[in-house]
Design a protein around this ligand. Structure first.
Ligand SMILES: Cc1cc2nc3c(=O)[nH]c(=O)nc-3n(C[C@H](O)[C@H](O)[C@H](O)COP(=O)(O)OP(=O)(O)OC[C@H]3O[C@@H](n4cnc5c(N)ncnc54)[C@H](O)[C@@H]3O)c2cc1C
Length: 408
């Protein structure tokens, strides 16, 4: 059977990561690089939640300062800025213990430590006009059913019978990819025994651009500022508690949540829809092969406690794009294994550090052992007392600890 369409790069999955990669490849696209973007969901920025890629559901995402800077360079920030709320201060505290630390944007000499945006608004920004970009062909809604690696790269078979031949296939198809398994790519999966309960609350006080990371008896909870008096909440709960908390009537839910953090945010007066996500550290055992790269959740899916999953994946995507833009400019093959291994090697340290930090935090702060309690309180007090430690911690949280990939 002959391929219906030949492209240079096929991106499977138009979630946050796949859609971002299309924009990051603008320099090569402008020089003729042809991209196919495939998703089983229709890619209409204004579609209902049920019709959008799962990345753009009812959650909100904390974007690091580094991510914001990258979006600004790509010309995307101007489209999402009005929906994003700046985090100017962060309070990290431990319920029932004395440790507490504050981070401030002015100590980092920036206007914000990061930004919070509803995923739906982020989706609108990333998908806006994507169907009119030069050299991008959309295949959506279309389900990729089969991948075959061949001498020219990879061949993708879609559920409507169309076949795509590509030099390079980027799998940005999320954490549960049957196609990766089809290729014999294995994943390690370490469940945390917890779920993230995600919702929004409204308070009777302005947030004044404060975010709160609270380590409570139930598990870590993040309160991220959104509109003037509302927060996005990510509450980690043990698997055996999640059903009961999801089912609580609104009043009881708010009372239980208020108990975890006290009155520092004011009185909670309203709660939005609740949703739940099982939490596990999932890592692909291979991220590159000849003509193949795994990106985003397909490569690593992290605990959301530190809000780093997408920020890390975007740094990966930016570095990959830097290699691909350069190779295309020099007329080099994009599926070349050495090229893809160079990308992987460049991102190894960033991935390792970010994954370890996201893995250690919930374990350290989820523990009731007194030795660990002492360590975390000492850590928080150290942060509270030492401006240099705060600056370093802040730079990591802001996604500035790593060299930013260049974007033309
Ligand atoms: C509760 C929670 C809170 C989070 N908060 C933050 C945060 O504050 N900051 C942060 O940086 N990160 C955060 N994250 C992580 C972030 O959400 C993920 O990193 C991000 O969603 C990964 O996106 P992705 O594009 O890799 O995958 P996905 O969003 O899963 O997208 C994969 C896409 O591939 C498509 N697809 C899959 N298979 C096929 C197929 N066979 N054919 C066609 N299409 C296919 C799907 O339709 C989908 O659109 C959070 C995660 C959770 C669970």
């Amino acid at each position: 059977m002959t391929a219906e369409l030949q492209v240079d790069v096929a991106i499977l999955g138009a979630g946050m990561v796949g859609a971002s990669l299309v924009h990051l490849l603008a320099p090569a696209r402008q020089q003729g690089l042809r991209i196919a973007l495939i998703d089983r969901q229709p890619l209409k920025p204004e579609a209902d939640t049920s019709e959008r890629p799962p990345s753009f559901d009812g959650r909100a995402t904390a974007l690091s300062y580094g991510t914001q800077q990258l979006f600004a360079k790509l010309g995307l920030w101007q489209h999402i800025q009005s929906s994003a709320c700046a985090i100017e201060h962060i309070q990290v505290s431990d319920q029932g213990h004395f440790g507490q630390a504050h981070l401030h944007a002015h100590e980092q000499n920036t206007e914000a430590l990061g930004y919070v945006i509803e995923n739906a608004a982020l989706g609108k920004g990333l998908l806006r006009g994507i169907d009119t970009l030069d050299n991008v062909e959309l295949f959506a809604p279309a389900n990729a059913e089969q991948i075959q690696m061949n001498a020219d790269g990879a061949q993708l078979t879609l559920d409507d019978g169309r076949i795509l031949q590509t030099q390079l296939l980027v799998m940005a198809d999320g954490g549960r990819s049957p196609l990766a398994s089809q290729l014999g790519i294995q994943h390690s999966r370490q469940p945390y025994g917890t779920h993230a309960l995600v919702t929004q609350i409204e308070c009777d006080q302005d947030h004044n651009h404060w975010a709160y990371e609270r380590f409570s008896g139930d598990g870590p909870i993040a309160f991220l500022p959104l509109q003037q008096r509302s927060y996005a909440v990510v509450w980690t709960l043990n698997d055996d508690e999640i059903d009961a908390v999801m089912a609580l009537p609104d009043g009881e839910f708010l009372a239980r949540l208020q108990q975890q953090i006290g009155m520092r945010l004011g009185q909670f007066i309203r709660v939005g829809e609740r949703s739940r996500y099982p939490l596990a550290l999932v890592q692909s055992k291979e991220q590159v092969r000849r003509s193949l790269v795994l990106l985003g959740n397909a490569a690593h899916s992290l605990h959301p406690v530190a809000g780093q999953g997408f920020n890390l994946a975007l740094r990966d995507a930016a570095v990959l794009a830097e290699h691909l833009n350069r190779a295309h400019n020099k007329c080099q093959g994009l599926g070349d294994l050495a090229l893809l291994q160079a990308y992987e090697a460049q991102q190894q340290t960033d991935q390792r550090n970010t994954i370890v930090a996201s893995d250690v935090l919930p374990k350290l702060f989820g523990s009731k052992q007194s030795a660990l309690t002492f360590v975390r309180d000492a850590g928080l007090l150290g942060l509270a007392a030492a401006p240099t430690a705060r600056r370093l911690f802040g730079r990591h949280a802001m996604g500035l600890g790593q060299r930013a990939a260049s974007v033309r």
